[in-house]
Design a protein around this ligand. Structure first.
Ligand SMILES: Cc1cc2nc3c(=O)[nH]c(=O)nc-3n(C[C@H](O)[C@H](O)[C@H](O)COP(=O)(O)O)c2cc1C
Length: 575
C-alpha cells in the first residue's frame, strides 16, 4: 500500500467544541495556477458543536462522498443546524446539494453575492438562506456567539469570514492559506511553509491588494489566536508573522508606480482563471494589478482605476452570443475615458463561437488602441499549458509597459550626474557569461545569466542573481534543480544570441540548440565550456532581484582548452 492514499479526510479537535475536517489530496487538485507547485492541498471544513451545530465550508465535488461519510461518522446529520459558506463555486455546490438531500433542515448562511451564486448553482433546490449584510451574529450557544466579516475581492466577491469569540478562532476562508498537503494540522515549524504561503499570496492575493488590505483591517479588530484557513495548515504559531508578511507583501504591491487594470467577468470561473494567470505574470514582473470584477464594480471605481493604469486588459466569456452586459458597460467606460496610447489586451473563455472576444477586439482596434498581445481565446477550461502561456503573456505585457515608462522618464532627463558616476563604477564588476537551464514539470526553461559567482567551497556552491521579472518558475523554489552552462570565450555569441532573442509565450527555447539531459533532468548545452548541475538551497529577496544560492551536485569541463566568456559593461544600470 502506498504511504498516502489518493484522498482522505483527517479529523482533529482544534478548540472547545470545534473540529477541523481536512479533505486531503496529495495530487494536484485543479488546473488553476495557484496549484502549480503540485504539492496537493487540503480543503478545510469546520464543525462547531454548541447547543446548535454549524458546519463551515464543505469541500468541493472531488471530496463529496468521502467527506459526507466522515461527517456522518461523527454527527447525526439531522442535528446539523447551520451551513456557513465562506465563498461559493459550482464545485462546492455539488457537496451542498448532496448535504441538503441528507439534511433538508439545514439553514444556509452566506453573504449577499454568495446567496445569488447559491440560487444560480442550486436553482432546482429549495434553500433556506440567511444573508449576512454586515453586523449580524449567530448564537450557537455554549459561548459560540459567531460574528461575521464581509471581506469581498474581485476573485471572491462573496467572501465571508467568521469569528468565534469563545475559542478566538477566525475562519479566514481563502486568506492565509497554502496549497500543501501533509499530516500537520497546525503550522508548527512554519518556516517550511514560507514558499507555499508566498506563492499562494502571489497568485490569489496580490492582484487584489486594495481589497485584501481592507480585509486585514477588519480582521485586526478581532482578537484571533488561530486562523482557521480554507486550505493547508491552520495558522497558530506564525499568526503574527504571517499577518505582518501579508501587510509587507501588500505594501510592495501598492507601491508599484506602473499598474494594469484587469477587468473581467466570469459566469463559471474559466475567464477568471485566465485573468488570474495573466495577473500572476504581471505582478511577477514588478508591475501592479488592479483587478475589477465587472459584475460587482461601480462605474466610478472603474474610472478611478483606469486613470492610474498604464495598461488595460479586458476578459469576457461568451454567453448567448454576447458579452455580459457588465462587460459592455465597462468597455463603454474604457473607450470614453482613456487615451488611446494605453496598451490593451483582450481574453476570454468561450464554448463554440466566442463573439464576446471578437467584440472586445474590434472595439479596441477601431478606436485605435495598440495591443500588447494577440487576443487570447480559450475553449472552455484552460489547460495547465495555456495558463503557463498566459502567465508569460502577462510578464511580456508588463515588461513592455515598464519599457515605455522608462523611455518617457529617460526623455525627461531624470538621471543625475551622481547616480551616473555610481553606475559607471558598478559597471566595472564583471561576471561569467552563463546560460541557466531548467526543467519544471516537463516545461524546459533557459535564461542568460552573468551575475554568477562561486559562493562556498564546502559544500561547493554558487549564487546567481535573477531579475524578478525574468525569474523562471523553477528558480523560485527550494530544492529545484538547474544546470549552469558556462560559455566559452570566442564561441559564446551564437548561444547568447539564441537565448536573448524574444520567445513567444510557451515557445520551445531549445530548437536548433545541441543539448543532452543532465542527471537532474535539465538540459546541458553541449557547446558550453563547462556545466555544473545545481540544486537551490536558499534565496534572498533583494530589491528587483532574487539572489539564489545553490550547491553543485556535479559538473564537467566540456572543452579543456577554452577560457570563460566574460561580460564587460559600461554601466551598473543594466546587465
Ligand atoms: C447559458 C450559456 C450560453 C452560452 N453561450 C455561448 C455562445 O453563444 N457562444 C460560445 O462560444 N459559448 C457559449 N457558452 C459557453 C461559455 O462561453 C463557456 O462555458 C465559457 O467557458 C464560460 O466562461 P466563464 O467560465 O468565464 O463564464 C455558453 C454557456 C452557457 C452556460
Amino acid at each position: 500500500m502506498s504511504p498516502n492514499p489518493a484522498k482522505d479526510v483527517q479529523v482533529f479537535p482544534i478548540a472547545a467544541n470545534t473540529r477541523v475536517m481536512r479533505s486531503r489530496t496529495w495530487e494536484r487538485l485543479k488546473f488553476e495556477i495557484e496549484y502549480a507547485l503540485q504539492k496537493g492541498t487540503t480543503a478545510n471544513s469546520y464543525l462547531i458543536e454548541g447547543d446548535k451545530t454549524a458546519l463551515i465550508d464543505p469541500p468541493g465535488e472531488s471530496f463529496t462522498e468521502i467527506f459526507l461519510a466522515a461527517l456522518r461518522e461523527r454527527i447525526d446529520l439531522s442535528q446539523l443546524d447551520y451551513l456557513i459558506l465562506g465563498h461559493l463555486n459550482p464545485n462546492r455546490g455539488t457537496t451542498i446539494k448532496a448535504l441538503l438531500e441528507l439534511a433538508p433542515q439545514l439553514k444556509l448562511v452566506c453573504s449577499n453575492p454568495g446567496a445569488i451564486s447559491l440560487r444560480k448553482i442550486l436553482s432546482e433546490t429549495e434553500l433556506n438562506i440567511t444573508v449576512i449584510k454586515g453586523e449580524e451574529t449567530l448564537d450557537l450557544g455554549k459561548g459560540h456567539h459567531l460574528e461575521f466579516l464581509l471581506t469581498p475581492n474581485p476573485r471572491y466577491p462573496d467572501q465571508l469570514c467568521t469569528y468565534d469569540p469563545k475559542t478566538q478562532v477566525l475562519y479566514t476562508d481563502k486568506l492565509f492559506g497554502a496549497h500543501v498537503c501533509g499530516e500537520q494540522v497546525f503550522d508548527e515549524g512554519w518556516t517550511v511553509y514560507n514558499e507555499d504561503r508566498r506563492y499562494y499570496f502571489d497568485c490569489l492575493m496580490a492582484p487584489h491588494a486594495r481589497q485584501i488590505e481592507a480585509a486585514l483591517d477588519k480582521i485586526a479588530g478581532k482578537n484571533a489566536k488561530i486562523y482557521a484557513t480554507g486550505h493547508g495548515p491552520l495558522v497558530r504559531y506564525s499568526l503574527t508573522e504571517l499577518t505582518l508578511d501579508y501587510r509587507a507583501w501588500l505594501k510592495n504591491q501598492s507601491d508599484r508606480d506602473v499598474t494594469v487594470a484587469l477587468i473581467y467577468a466570469s459566469a463559471y470561473g474559466n475567464t477568471a482563471t485566465i485573468a488570474q494567470a495573466l495577473a500572476r505574470g504581471i505582478t511577477k514582473a514588478g508591475v501592479g494589478v488592479e483587478s475589477i470584477n465587472a459584475e460587482f464594480a461601480e462605474p466610478e471605481e472603474i474610472k478611478a482605476i483606469l486613470t492610474k493604469a498604464s495598461g488595460i486588459m479586458v476578459g469576457s466569456p461568451t454567453l448567448g452570443g454576447h458579452a455580459p452586459t457588465q462587460i459592455q458597460t465597462a468597455l463603454g467606460i474604457i473607450l470614453a475615458n482613456t487615451d488611446k496610447t494605453k496598451l490593451v489586451g483582450v481574453f476570454g473563455s468561450f464554448g463554440w463561437s466566442g463573439e464576446a472576444i471578437d467584440l472586445l477586439e474590434s472595439k479596441f482596434r477601431n478606436a485605435g488602441y495598440s495591443f500588447g498581445f494577440e487576443p487570447i481565446r480559450v475553449k472552455f477550461k484552460p489547460t495547465d499549458l495555456i495558463l503557463k502561456t498566459c502567465e508569460e503573456t502577462g510578464t511580456d505585457f508588463a515588461q513592455a509597459l515598464k519599457k515605455s515608462q522608462k523611455v518617457r522618464k529617460g526623455k525627461q532627463g531624470t538621471i543625475t550626474s551622481e547616480s551616473d558616476r555610481t553606475e559607471q563604477a558598478l559597471g566595472r564588476i564583471v561576471g561569467s557569461l552563463c546560460i541557466v537551464t531548467t526543467k519544471f514539470h516537463e516545461l524546459k526553461g533557459a535564461m542568460l545569466a552573468s551575475w554568477v559567482s562561486q559562493a562556498t567551497f564546502n559544500p561547493p556552491g554558487i549564487t546567481v542573481a535573477v531579475a524578478k521579472e525574468r525569474a523562471i518558475e523553477s528558480l523560485l523554489h527550494l530544492d529545484s534543480n538547474f544546470v549552469l552552462n558556462i560559455l566559452q570565450e570566442g564561441k559564446h555569441l551564437g548561444l547568447m544570441k539564441h537565448f536573448l532573442k524574444p520567445f513567444a509565450p510557451g515557445e520551445d527555447r531549445f530548437i536548433g540548440v545541441a543539448t543532452e539531459e543532465a542527471e537532474n533532468g535539465c538540459p546541458i548545452l553541449t557547446d558550453a565550456l563547462a556545466y555544473v548541475e545545481c540544486q537551490i538551497k536558499s534565496r534572498l529577496e533583494c530589491g528587483d532581484h532574487w539572489v539564489i544560492y545553490a550547491t553543485a551536485t556535479q559538473g564537467k569541463l566540456l572543452q579543456s582548452e577554452g577560457i570563460t566568456a566574460v561580460h564587460h559593461r559600461k554601466s551598473g544600470s543594466h546587465y
